[in-house]
Ligand binder design. Structure first.
Ligand SMILES: Cc1ncc(C[n+]2csc(CCOP(=O)(O)OP(=O)(O)O)c2C)c(N)n1
Length: 284
């Protein structure tokens, strides 16, 4: 398939030059280069400009609640691990409302890919401060400037024991597509935190801001098997911002470790052969 064949009849409704376009292009490129057909992929979306992508990519899709993209994705993978399962969120969705789900998905090593459209802003609701907005930034909810430091998604994922931790940039779609492919191929929970510009509400972290700062950390020699070094790289944010794979580790995924799903996913279980009588013993 060609990436355009994953388009739906609906044109994206994002603002012209929104970073979501680059992520959309990279996702379709990654899926087609991995030769995945639309019926082999299920994507669970949160609520936000990012979540609206569910209308624009032709795969199975589930539009969940705000902050809740991960639980349906984990459930879909339990039910049918033949599917490639992806969750898509904004930074508010992933690290704010869905922060607890995020931490536990890292810890549990669900075999899903998490693509976080990180524009440092609650954008669909027209520009409120999010967990990754920079200190001092003036937004609708912080007219005098944000007083607290932002969350660092990469260090948070490392501390929660995620087995694949990466950062991309919507303006480098080819590099991002490669990261998404590697995240999908990884057996276990894979985070790709994606820096993106919001042309309408974030006037600080613009396309130009990111474009002149990001560099490919793996090309500059960063190895992906050193957690201590990954923490160090995660805190680099200034004149230079690293993108690429910070850390990667092989570990059995949750599904493969769970006796109920180790041999066969739930969809392959023969329910007719399950003896439920012990569950009803003692009941009138
Ligand atoms: C529980 C809940 N809280 C708040 C909202 C309102 N809401 C909808 S979208 C959104 C912001 C989304 O921001 P983000 O997740 O960063 O995604 P973006 O729009 O920037 O892609 C909010 C607060 C909601 N729908 N449900």
């Amino acid at each position: 398939m060609k990436p355009e064949e994953l388009n739906t009849p609906h044109d994206p409704t994002w603002c012209p030059a929104c970073g979501n376009f680059g992520i959309w292009v990279a996702l379709k490129k990654a899926l087609t280069e991995l030769k995945l057909d639309p019926d082999e992929v299920a994507i669970s979306y949160g609520i936000g400009c990012s979540g609206n992508e569910n209308n624009f990519v032709k795969t199975y899709a589930f539009h969940s609640l705000h902050g809740r993209a991960v639980p349906p994705a984990a459930g879909i993978k339990f039910a049918n691990d033949a599917l490639t399962v992806i969750a898509v969120s904004g930074d508010g969705d992933a690290y704010g409302e869905g922060g607890n789900h995020f931490i536990h998905a890292c810890k549990n090593n669900y075999d899903i890919t998490y693509l976080v459209h990180d524009n440092q802003m609650y954008s669909l609701t027209t520009g409120q401060a999010s967990p990754t907005s920079e200190k001092g930034m003036k937004t609708k909810t912080t007219p005098s400037g944000i007083i607290e430091d932002p969350i660092n998604p990469i260090s948070l994922a490392l501390a929660a024991n995620a087995t694949f931790v990466a950062k991309g940039f919507s303006g480098k779609a080819d590099h991002l597509a490669e990261l998404i492919k590697k995240a999908i191929q990884h057996k276990g929970f894979a985070l790709v935190d994606i820096l993106q510009n919001c042309v309408t509400f974030n006037k600080l972290n613009t396309f130009q801001f990111f474009n002149k700062r990001v560099y490919d950390m793996n090309k500059e020699g960063h190895k992906t098997n050193n957690k201590q070094k990954a923490y160090e790289m995660a805190s680099e944010w200034g004149e230079r911002i690293p993108i690429g794979i910070f850390y990667k580790e092989e570990k059995p995924s949750y599904n493969s470790s769970l006796p109920q799903t180790a041999d066969a996913p739930l969809v392959k279980h023969e329910l007719g052969k399950v003896d439920l009588t012990p569950n009803f013993e003692g009941l009138a």
